[in-house]
Design a protein around this ligand. Structure first.
Ligand SMILES: CC(=O)N[C@H]1[C@@H](OP(=O)(O)OP(=O)(O)OC[C@H]2O[C@@H](n3ccc(=O)[nH]c3=O)[C@H](O)[C@@H]2O)O[C@H](CO)[C@@H](O)[C@@H]1O
Ligand SMILES: C=C(OP(=O)(O)O)C(=O)O
Length: 428
């Protein structure tokens, strides 16, 4: 087990290249199950969620090769092997195995997913969608059993705008008979990316990226090559780090339109930001203004960036409020920020931050992926050394974090934890 150490206070400059999008990758890999011949995905991030999903695809008989961030899956010998336990519990996106296996085999057994603990994360809308397509769905001892004699297109109105349900229904519906219409669909860029792959495989999908998606089912899908979109959340994390500590820092391989809500807020704080077609330049300023943030579905401010943004707001003058309308309990990082001298309190779905304060290095623990990103951001800003544990969360979503930050001039490194530290960590 390792911990991350950060000696804070160093200016960040130079260029950082963003990796492929985690939330696309974790859907694109299960989507390969639907093809009859090999699918290649280029530009995948080196993160544990990708490793986990390619292992799961291998477990059901996929032949997987992975080299230079390029994954090829030959799905021709796959079978509908039950996956009730094990790796499926270690990430959220294992739920996409349900839609993909249901589409291809008309049956699946997949354990309930894991992922970040952000309060309740039900999958009722996924199940409602599968049932509308004609599947029988039961929950038996923590695993979802799906079976259908035949999948038939249907009109599905999502009661909650859900990224996961939108993609999962799309994965099953591409192999249903007739037309499926998903209403009140999520509009995140990752949904367009998955629809692009499926379309290249031969699927007929219209409207991905809008709130009505129409899918005409086909009898067969073939292999193809697909290049993944850049990770807007990883990019946003580096922009926030640059807003805190950057001197003309450049974020490369980014689609600035994916981050308009974040860029607008940073400009409101007084941060200098310049955008070009695939790069963003960010430079901090001596004094930053407090702002309020409310997370919303895309294109609103992403919930996945509210935690690192909270760390940045400790430097702003005045009172800021961060309200998470997607996950009302996504505030486990706040206690840790307090250990670092932040003046933050949580009231209901909001965190209230008073600044500016000088953060101090401390021993802190990442309770989830973006809590980790928040604490790394805080560590970069802090006086002294910050020690971060819980790196298994961070490794789910940040490719080569230490190398990328070191190249920007940060003083950051990983160290093996002692037996005593591991015991303390496990008991905390
Ligand atoms: C692997 C992946 O892509 N993860 C992202 C995905 O998670 P995920 O797909 O889990 O998030 P959803 O968009 O489904 O969830 C949005 C909201 O809807 C609720 N809900 C969702 C489904 C459902 O069946 N019933 C229900 O009530 C959730 O509890 C949440 O409050 O979108 C989230 C919201 O942008 C991001 O934080 C995650 O990084
Ligand atoms: C919540 C997240 O991931 P997951 O849905 O995979 O847990 C995230 O990426 O911030």
């Amino acid at each position: 087990m390792e911990k991350l150490k950060i000696q804070g206070g160093f200016t960040l400059s130079g260029e950082v290249r963003v990796s492929g999008a985690k939330n696309s990758a974790v859907a694109l890999i299960p989507a390969t199950i639907l093809a009859e011949s090999p699918v290649t995905i280029e530009g995948l991030p080196d993160i544990s969620d990708v490793q986990m999903l390619s292992d799961l695809v291998e477990e059901i008989g996929g032949q997987v090769t992975y080299e230079n961030n390029e994954l090829t899956v030959d799905p021709s010998r796959m079978v509908a092997m039950p996956l009730p336990n094990g790796k499926v519990k270690r990430l959220r996106a294992s739920y996409y195995l349900m839609g993909a296996m249901l589409g291809r085999f008309k049956k699946a057994v997949v354990g309930l997913p894991g992922g970040c603990h952000l309060g309740p994360r039900p999958i009722d809308q996924h199940i409602k969608g599968f049932e509308a397509l004609g599947a029988t769905v039961t929950n038996e001892q923590g695993a979802i059993y799906l079976r259908a004699d035949e999948l038939r297109g249907a009109r599905i109105y999502l009661d909650v705008v859900s990224v996961g349900a939108t993609i999962n229904i799309m994965l099953a519906a591409v192999r249903a008979k007739g037309r499926t219409v998903i209403e009140n669909a999520a509009k995140e860029p990752e949904i367009i990316d998955v629809a692009t792959l499926l379309t290249n495989m031969g699927a007929r999908i219209k409207g991905a990226g809008t709130d009505v998606i129409r899918i005409d089912g086909v009898d067969e899908l073939k292999g193809c090559r697909h290049s993944i979109i850049p990770d807007r959340i990883e990019a946003g994390t580096y922009i926030i780090m640059g807003a805190a500590m950057g001197k003309e820092m450049i974020i490369d391989n980014v689609i600035p339109q994916h981050l308009e809500s974040v860029i607008a807020k940073l400009r409101e704080m007084g941060i200098r930001i310049e955008t070009s077609s695939d790069q963003i330049l960010v430079a901090t300023q001596p004094s930053l203004k407090a702002v309020d943030i409310k997370t919303l579905v895309y294109p609103g401010f992403p919930t996945d960036l509210q935690q690192p943004f909270t760390s940045l707001l400790t430097r702003a003058t005045g009172t800021s409020m961060v309200t998470d309308t997607i996950y009302g309990a996504r505030f486990k990082h706040i206690d840790e920020l307090r250990r670092m001298n932040a003046s933050v309190k949580v009231e209901g779905r909001s965190a209230i931050i008073n600044g500016p304060v000088q953060l101090q290095g401390a021993r802190v623990k990442a309770s989830d992926l973006r809590a980790g990103a928040a604490l790394v951001t805080a560590g970069l800003m802090a006086k002294g050394i910050t020690e971060l544990t819980g790196l298994e969360h961070v490794d789910r979503g940040y490719s080569h974090l230490v190398d990328k930050l070191s190249n920007l001039g940060a003083m950051v490194w990983r160290e093996r934890m002692t037996e005593q530290e591991i015991e303390q960590f496990q008991n905390s």
